[in-house]
Design a binder for this molecule. Structure first.
Ligand code: ADP
Ligand code: MG
Length: 376
């Protein structure tokens, strides 16, 4: 969306409720018969923040979101919105708006009718309702489509109307559960940045569920990485990528994922293995972008923008495959018992499939894990 949009602070009727908006989840457990879907989960969301719940299918994201929205009775734990305990409150009273993957707009109502619908049982009067609808339509860049019916809109526009409909009541909290999964890849990328801008403009606290780590990295203020009903780590996108707490986070965030190596193989390849305070690590991790081919002088061919302060000695590895992926190249490498993927921004000159070449590792970028998979 264009940058000249009105800021929420400028006399916007939509922004008045956005000063508060904190969410505190403490010790949340949700059990269905014999399945523990969510286990003793703590989560604190700041006012105005966009927090992403990220994790594989079945890890408990939807259950967590539905519990916060009041659509599930929790087995244990408490949920507070600001200072108010809402744990036992009915969903209608919680003032949460939900957006799901399948946007159910009323097909026979226009965009205006769809946007107005949530206000019908509120005490928001006719003129104010009209103003709010027009304002949200403008924020969504849908103001010229107010009299259009959903069938005439693109998938991305329909999802924007669904989001608008969720926001028009000015909820305490916006919950989105995989809202873009029905859109094709290009539209997904466009719509997610629009959602992000809209959310920032309105300053509305948002919990956003996805299993797509790239989507999470691109829109989140903070990401809570979930696995098996628990939160493995909460942090900024940079935190969870550069400073993962454990092997699960290191492998789930990043594509291709971090390489995990046996320290004996790393040593056999002549690379200095880092020691930690806890002694010898059980596993050594290195991200694909921190493995570089060497240039003719034996220096890391890292490209102009990258400095490698502590390169390892060169290691001879067999190049199994060079694969162009988007604007990068992924290179599969084997040797010394290692099985690695390197990721390069440009196609390396002297590296050919089936041949052996020298590579160096950035020793400052090695991550060490103990036998429980925790970073040490
Ligand atoms: P996600 O959204 O991360 O894919 P869910 O929260 O939907 O995960 O599910 C977490 C776990 O709880 C899964 O094992 C799922 O099968 C189980 N589960 C979810 N909803 C129900 C339900 N209504 N009844 C029984 N088990 C459920
Ligand atoms: Mg789900």
């Amino acid at each position: 969306m264009a940058e000249q949009r009105r800021k929420p602070s400028e006399s916007s009727s939509l922004s008045e409720s956005s000063a508060s908006g904190a969410v505190h989840v403490d010790g949340l457990t949700k059990q269905y018969d014999d399945v523990v879907a969510v286990s003793d989960l703590d989560l604190h969301v700041e006012p105005g923040e966009l927090l992403v719940l990220l994790g594989p299918s079945g890890c408990g994201k939807t259950t967590t979101l539905r519990s916060i929205a009041g659509l599930e009775h929790v087995t244990d734990g408490t949920i507070h919105f600001d200072d108010e305990d809402v744990t036992r409150q009915a969903p209608q009273r919680r003032d949460v708006a939900m957006v799901f993957q399948s946007y159910a707009l009323y097909p026979h109502k226009t965009v205006r009718g769809n946007l107005q619908f949530p206000l019908r049982k509120t005490d928001i009067s006719g003129t104010e309702a009209t103003e709010r609808v027009e304002e949200i339509a403008e924020l969504l860049e849908m103001e010229t489509h107010l009299d259009t019916r959903p069938a005439q809109l693109s998938g991305g526009q329909r999802q924007r109307v669904a989001v608008g409909r969720a926001l028009v009541r000015q909820p305490h909290l916006l919950c989105m559960d995989e809202p873009l999964s029905n859109l094709d890849a290009k539209l997904r990328v466009e719509t997610r940045s629009e959602l992000r801008q809209l959310q920032q403009r309105l300053g509305i606290t948002t919990i956003y569920v996805t299993h797509d780590q790239e989507e999470a990295m691109s829109i989140a203020d903070r990401i809570a990485v979930m696995n098996d009903g628990r939160i493995e780590q909460v942090g900024t996108p940079e935190d969870v990528y550069e400073r993962p707490a454990n092997e699960f986070v290191a492998s789930f965030v990043g594509d291709p994922p971090m390489n995990f190596c046996d320290p004996d193989d790393v040593q056999a390849a002549g690379i200095e293995t880092p020691q930690s305070a806890a002694g010898s690590p059980d596993t050594i991790g290195i991200r694909p972008e921190y493995i570089y081919p060497t240039d003719s002088r034996g220096e890391p061919a890292a490209g102009d923008r990258v400095e490698v302060d502590r390169p390892s000695d060169p290691v001879v590895l067999t190049v199994e495959l060079i694969e162009p992926v988007g604007r990068a190249y992924e290179i599969q490498l084997t040797g010394h018992g290692l099985d690695l993927v390197a990721r390069l921004r440009t196609r390396p000159d002297d590296v050919t499939e089936g041949d052996s070449s020298e590579f160096v590792f950035d020793l400052d970028r090695l991550t060490t894990f103990n036998d429980a998979g925790e970073v040490v």
